[in-house]
Design a binder for this molecule. Structure first.
Ligand code: WTA
Length: 659
């Protein structure tokens, strides 16, 4: 194992990454997961998953582990009954761990709150009673549009307790995005806050809900958590303060056991078309894999670890690795409300030091941002409590991996690079930290009990050293159970590409290295990955053409040193709009327009006004060529263009606007 000592050395290593980092003997000796798990799972998958499910509390045991007869619609733990919230909260209290801290919550302005499992049980019970009093019961949908507050966790678990489904919408999404999600799920209640802290400022949030619910016929109540104390508009018939609806509600609630396949949540994610997909997850299988992966990939010791996942609850990582996995395992965790640079660029390390965080899970884009801010910042803090680091959301470049290990992990901690998706529900490909010699940049192997392959277009597995598409060739417990309200789209999106083989197509390119380890290479469809967030090119294009000045738009993800990809838009203006429409101010307006249609995360990094778009004879836009322009490369092969002079026109006539 060689250590890079300088920048040049690190860069040359990127070209041929061959370093491996075995766990220390000490780490390996105490690890939850040992290498024999792979063989045990291979020998009898059903028995392996049954063993994992038995770690949960079931009111009624299942009769069958997996029913795949209705493929691609799976049923796991058929006939079993459980309550997800009971498993995440009550059973820890009943086991005598009520005094254990469940959540160390840290607010952006510096306020904090510590919540034990006994308190969590009372809060979740009160919230469940309050939601029931508002008419929420099993099968109903509740939209949650909240910042990173403990109430978000209470609300999610209260839904689970009642057998209702939550649909969490990221607080950075626009009112328009919230409206379409509420309407698609026909949610009855939306839970929000008056405002949220972002980079030291109190920003309004309820105003977005007001705009959204003006056109959501299904919404009966808006419940508002008071966070910033900012002014809010109020509709007496519809709006209720969180504190008022909880007032007087008993802090006990008897959980009912629901079927293993009771829907637990819908979470919307971008697909290749403009309309987001409502990914549906259910209870028993989801919780089993959430708890199993959280325990084995993060090596959680509930009595001594302090775990911190920096994701927002609005994404699947927040669902599985802040709420369900850690709480099912009785973990003590940190939840942080704000951005990593509020009020200073050492905030995360200050929090690690304050709570003695032992396990830290974040995204490559955040790590690259820390690299930009400089290694001297984490060096000012005591990070010696850390014993394991994780990464998720996009491929992590070896340089960032090495920086992370060296500057955050003290050259000591294993790093788990975890590949998974909203659809997979939980981690699928990752090292086991006590058993795998890790490799910077590779997620390596499917977890025990999981099967994945890299195949060519014909579905044949490629040899070591070869590249192709990632597929999941066997069902897994936390797999999505469909797209809300659209079975046809579910089959078409994930199961049609390799229909004869019955493979799930993940949408990611991948390769095997000479050791057979898997390297993820990014999306192969029209989905961009910006700071680990999935955004579809079509979604941004539709937002752009909804502006009166825009005739046509094409959007590409161009590689970006910090965010992975950045959004670059090529726009044709409508005939007749005057020259001012292509001026700096007008381009800024277009960027703002996308932000208000979708959310600030979808704001294009750069917009270029062009006279034409490169199209094939059949009218398909050739994004490959636009990507060449966006990444300042020589434009590639133009022979299939209907009019090959278009690219000259584009390169000559560019007017661009960016931040
Ligand atoms: C990408 C986030 C490489 C991938 C949990 C996937 C990754 C998409 C990794 C899912 C990783 C996630 N290495 N790529 N470790 N983790 N991805 O649904 O393209 O927000 O398809 O789920 O992120 O994004 P999603």
């Amino acid at each position: 194992m060689s250590q890079p000592d300088g920048q040049n050395n690190e860069l040359s290593n990127l070209l041929n990454e061959s370093r491996t980092f075995p766990p220390s003997a000490e780490f390996a000796a105490q690890a939850n997961a040992t290498a024999d798990l792979y063989a045990r799972a291979d020998a009898d998958r059903d028995a392996f998953w049954a063993e994992q499910a038995e770690k949960l509390h079931w009111e009624t045991k299942w009769d069958q582990v997996l029913d795949w007869s209705g493929a691609p619609f799976a049923k796991w733990f058929v006939g079993g009954k459980l309550n997800v919230a009971y498993n995440c909260v009550d059973r820890h209290v009943e086991a005598g761990n009520g005094d254990r801290v469940a959540i160390h919550w840290e607010g952006e302005p510096g306020d904090s709150r510590t919540i034990t499992y006994a308190e969590l049980q009372r809060e979740v019970s009160r919230t469940a009673n309050a939601l029931a009093a508002l008419g929420i019961g099993a099968g109903d949908r509740v939209a949650i549009y909240l910042p990173m507050l403990p109430e978000a966790v209470f609300a999610m678990l209260a839904c689970a307790r009642l057998g209702a489904m939550h649909s969490v919408v990221f607080g950075g999404f626009s009112s328009e995005a919230l409206r379409t999600r509420i309407n698609d799920a026909e949610a009855k209640v939306v839970i929000t806050a008056d405002g949220q802290y972002r980079r030291g400022k109190a920003m309004p949030l309820k105003a977005n809900v007001d705009a959204a619910v003006a056109e959501t016929p299904s919404i009966e109540h808006v419940v508002v958590v008071k966070r910033t104390g900012g002014e809010v508009a109020w509709d007496d018939a519809r709006d209720k303060w969180w504190d008022d609806v909880l007032e007087g509600q008993p802090d006990t609630h008897t959980p009912e056991a629901f079927d293993a396949e009771q829907p637990l949540f819908i979470l919307y994610t971008s697909g290749t078309t403009g309309r987001p997909k409502g990914i549906l997850h259910t209870s028993g299988g989801y919780l089993t894999q959430a708890a199993y992966t959280h325990s084995n990939v993060f090596d959680l010791k509930p009595e001594s670890d302090v775990y911190w996942c920096t994701a927002d609850i609005g994404w699947v990582t927040g669902h599985t690795y802040i709420v369900y996995g850690p709480l099912a395992n009785g973990a003590t965790q940190v939840i942080y409300e704000g951005t990593p640079n509020s009020p200073h660029e050492g905030r995360h390390w200050e929090v690690v030091q304050k709570y003695g965080v032992t396990i830290y899970y974040t995204a490559p884009t955040t790590i690259r941002t820390f690299m930009k801010w400089g290694a001297d910042i984490p060096a000012k803090y005591d990070l010696s409590s850390l014993r394991l680091l994780g990464s998720v959301g996009e491929p992590i470049n070896p340089e960032a991996w090495i920086w992370y290990r060296k500057n955050i992990g003290g050259d000591r901690t294993p790093i788990v690079d975890t590949w998974w998706q909203t659809e997979t529900g939980a981690i699928m490909i990752s090292p086991l930290p006590g058993a795998t010699a890790t490799k910077p940049g590779s997620a390596q192997r499917p977890l025990p009990g999981i099967s994945a392959k890299v195949v060519n277009e014909a579905g044949e597995e490629v040899p070591n050293g070869g590249g192709g598409l990632l597929v999941l060739d066997k069902p897994w417990p936390s797999m999505l159970r469909g797209i809300w309200g659209d079975d046809a789209r579910y089959r078409e999106t994930y199961w049609s590409k390799f229909a004869d083989l019955g493979y799930y197509f993940a949408g990611d390119g991948a390769k095997y290295d000479d050791d057979g380890d898997i390297w993820l290479l990014g999306r192969v469809d029209d989905v961009m990955n910006v700071s680990g967030h999935r955004i579809s090119t079509t979604e941004v294009e539709s937002a752009l053409v909804s502006h009166p000045n825009v005739a046509e738009a094409a959007v590409v993800g161009a590689s970006d040193p910090t965010t992975g990809q950045g959004i670059v838009a090529f726009v044709i203006l409508r005939g007749g709009v005057d020259d001012a429409a292509s001026g700096e101010a007008a381009l800024k307006e277009l960027r703002e327009h996308v932000s208000s249609e979708i959310g600030p995360i979808a704001k294009p990094r750069q917009i270029m006004i062009v006279p034409e778009l490169p199209k094939t004879r059949s009218g398909k836009i050739m994004r490959r060529l636009l990507r060449d322009v966006a990444e300042n490369r020589e434009v590639g092969d133009v022979t299939t263009l209907a009019d090959s002079s278009v690219m000259d026109l584009i390169s000559k006539g560019l007017k661009t606007g960016s931040d």
